[in-house]
Design a protein around this ligand. Structure first.
Ligand code: DGJ
Length: 729
């Protein structure tokens, strides 16, 4: 059993392998949050609720003359707006009379085997989970809220979502419906979050929680390059190996907010969910709305363990692809090699060279369709550009298959170019408010995929192409933020539903793709890593991590991404030097080492490589193939912080059974009279012996962990580090 209800104390307790989560129904029927953290046995943590008055924190009428009972200070599980709790709240509505108050009290609960499902939304799944449903009712009778908890005992994670039903007869409008609210008592904590920009996504920032509200959010229609829907709250002194850490990942790819508020008495509240900007969801009688899900994990052993919990949970219970933990074809993508300028001969030349160095999959990126010779035109016309590819894609695909390789293509189904047949035929199919001029971005407009006829048209065109060339792989791109939003398919009073309906439409398109082609290797992308989130991972086992392929910038990008998302999900390619995004030159081997900490691939003109470079690339491919199982199923350790360490970057993969490990990194600068840097390894069995495969030297696990191993010295910047250890006894 992992879910308990104690009738005497009216306490709900959720237990996973090492954690405990507790709530209590108060004497007035409010669902209070008691505790989340390490397992405390059979303790009922309501002793932590201290009854004391805070002036200007009002009291519900039902509390009579008790001036100590205030929703403004009590920790709550899912606070409604307007009841004297002045903190950020989980639920805000517009009632039939225009008021905004929603006062939720406990009604009932239900415990069931299996995991609750959310209609049309990505979510964790799998055997062994249990569900707790707690029903809260609005005291005015308008709404009923089901708080849903998915308990994955073995995985040590809990999920949350809310289902909101109109229990009255008149329409209620949801203004804010969060997926999660969590209240912490006074506890000094840091917030770690991942901000960025195009080609520099998921930069890591750690700040002490300050008083007031701190909001991380996207209103771009995608989860965005700018903030990631994942946050960590941790002790001030938490490190990779020590301290309490909590991770919260929203399984959603659209507008979101993750807000922390440190209140008047230093308590902290976190809310996470769909961003309320341009959100107004109408609920008629008996209609329901389901929020996206949040995955929560807790570690009392620091950030590395938190990462392992999330990586394992996502690999085993979120990503559905058959490739999630099995060898992936190593790909060559033609984008940085040719951009839009290619023909069949050029592509075949690259593919032939790819085969020679041992690659398995050829990916034809942007430019194969419509009138697509540059980014001014063609999006929306998903038929082959026969000027570039005579006879279509099928002959090229067959030729490439003839080499013994697989074949994949790039698509961008959510977009339309003004210069396209689709736009000429259906100008009202894009998200555009006609009295305002459009916002162009990369010259393109967003299709209104909230509309079924739009989705059907686009997907049917794409399916025709995929069927024709018997596709093995698809890269789904999305290259702009949404703006100037209006849907010709919705009435005026429902325009506030458009952003979320867009997401539901998008998820439906992806669902159709992966269920029609169950063997397809599916990669997501949004101008690189603009939609790198748990929602997308449900559909695709890999996401192009960033348009920045510079190995040195990637050290920061991949470091930030690694906190929540499995290493095997991060598309990482060896590209040419000087690098197209930064102009930097980095040794080929170093580019290989960095790309090996991800879904390894190549993206450069292989025909231009020297024989020596090709030999080096071939060795890299073999090397990656021999360690891929560790990338896919092992534990990942960050051994340095690229935001602080200017000397080197290092990381490590360790097999779950501690039988082998790969240590990789980059020495960032050459030094005269060099420092000697010692890497203290992680995750090994201290009492076992490990052989370093290149030197043959044997070390105890304890020596590698405690005394550390020196990094090689030498001249030059950006030198690669690559060591492999195998347990000998
Ligand atoms: C943005 C992607 O991130 C790139 O890899 C490439 O596919 C281009 N779009 C193509 O337009």
């Amino acid at each position: 059993m992992s879910i308990f209800y104690n009738e005497n104390d009216r306490v709900f307790t959720l237990k996973t392998a090492n954690t405990m989560y507790q709530m209590q129904v108060s004497e007035l029927g409010h669902l209070l949050h008691l505790y989340y953290g390490a397992d405390l046995g059979d303790t009922v943590t309501d002793y932590r609720l201290v009854s004391v008055e805070h002036s200007f924190s009002g009291n519900p009428y039902e509390s009579g003359f008790d001036r100590n009972y205030s929703l403004d200070t009590l920790p709550q599980e899912y606070a409604g707006y307007g009841n004297g709790d002045y903190r950020v709240c989980a639920l805000k509505v517009e009632n039939p009379d225009g008021s905004e108050i929603v006062h939720l009290v406990y009604d009932s609960f239900e415990i069931s085997d299996g995991k609750y499902a959310l209609a049309g939304l990505p979510a964790m799944h799998g055997d062994g989970a249990k569900t707790l449903k707690i029903v809260l009712k609005d005291t005015a009778g308008h709404l009923e809220v089901e708080l849903l908890y998915g308990v994955f005992e073995e995985r040590d994670v809990i999920t949350r979502a809310a289902r909101i039903r109109n229990a009255g007869t008149d329409t209620v409008t949801l203004r804010e419906a969060m997926s999660l609210q969590i209240d912490y008592p006074k506890q000094d904590m840091d917030l770690i979050h991942f901000y960025g920009r195009h080609a520099m996504e998921r930069m890591t920032e750690r700040t002490p929680l300050a008083h007031g509200i701190h909001s991380l959010e996207s209103v771009r229609g995608t989860s965005s390059h700018h903030h990631n829907p994942f946050v960590i709250l941790c002790d001030h002194d938490a490190t990779e190996q020590h301290g309490d850490c909590y991770g919260y990942a929203l399984v959603y790819s659209g507008n979101f907010k993750a807000q922390t508020e440190r209140d008047q008495i230093d308590q902290t509240r976190l809310v996470m969910g769909i961003h309320p900007a341009h959100f107004a969801w109408k609920l008629g009688e008996n209609e329901t709305f389901e929020t996206p899900e949040t995955v929560m994990a807790y570690s009392e052993q620091g950030l590395s363990h938190l990462t392992h919990l999330l990586h394992d949970a996502f690999r085993s219970n979120l990503i559905r692809s058959k490739y999630v933990e099995s060898p992936r074809p190593i790909l060559i993508n033609n984008w940085e090699a040719t951009y839009f300028d290619f023909n069949e001969e050029k592509l075949y030349g690259i593919a032939k060279n790819a085969k020679e160095i041992g690659l398995d999959l050829f990916v034809l990126d942007d430019g194969w369709f419509g009138k697509r010779d540059n980014d001014l035109s063609g999006l929306g016309d998903w038929y082959v550009n026969e000027q570039k590819l005579k006879g279509g894609l099928a002959p090229l695909a067959e030729k490439i298959r003839g080499l013994g390789m697989k074949f994949g293509i790039w698509i961008e189904p959510e977009m339309v170019s003004e210069d396209s047949d689709l736009f000429r035929e259906h100008p009202d199919w894009c998200l555009l408010q006609p009295q305002h001029s459009a916002v162009r971005s990369r010259h393109q407009l967003n299709l209104d995929v909230s509309r079924k006829e739009v989705r059907d048209h686009v997907m049917n065109q794409i399916f025709r192409v995929l069927d024709d060339c018997r596709i093995d792989y698809v890269k789904w791109d999305m290259n702009r933020s949404i703006a100037n939003v209006f849907s010709a398919g919705l009435p005026a009073e429902r325009q506030g539903e458009i952003y979320h309906r867009y997401m539901l439409g998008l998820y439906e398109m992806m669902e159709r793709l992966v269920s029609r082609y169950p063997d397809l290797l599916f990669e997501n992308c949004s101008g690189g890593g603009g939609r790198f989130d748990a929602g997308m991972l449900y559909y695709s086992p890999q996401i192009w991590c960033s348009d920045n392929t510079d190995a040195i910038d990637r050290l920061k990008i991949q470091y930030g991404t690694s906190f929540a998302y499995p290493i095997s999900t991060m598309g990482a390619h060896v590209s040419v030097c000087p690098n197209h995004q930064t102009g930097r030159t980095v040794p080929l081997k170093t580019r290989g080492v960095v790309a090996s900490a991800g879904t390894f691939g190549f993206e450069l003109d292989l025909e231009k490589m020297t024989e020596e470079e090709k030999a080096e690339a071939k060795a890299m491919v073999q090397e990656y193939k021999s360690m891929e199982h560790l990338v896919q199923t092992g534990d990942y350790y960050r051994l340095s912080d690229p935001f602080k360490n200017e000397d080197y970057a290092a990381w490590q993969f360790v097999a779950k059974d501690q039988s082998e490990s790969v240590v990789s990194g980059v020495i960032l600068r050459g030094e005269s009279s060099p420092h000697i840097h010692y890497l203290r390894l992680q995750g090994l069995d201290g009492s076992a012996h490990y052989r370093e495969t290149e030197s043959g030297r044997v070390y105890t696990g304890a020596a590698l962990k405690k005394a550390g191993i020196p990094l090689p010295t030498g001249l030059g910047d950006y030198r690669p580090v690559s060591m492999r250890f195998v347990r000998v006894n």
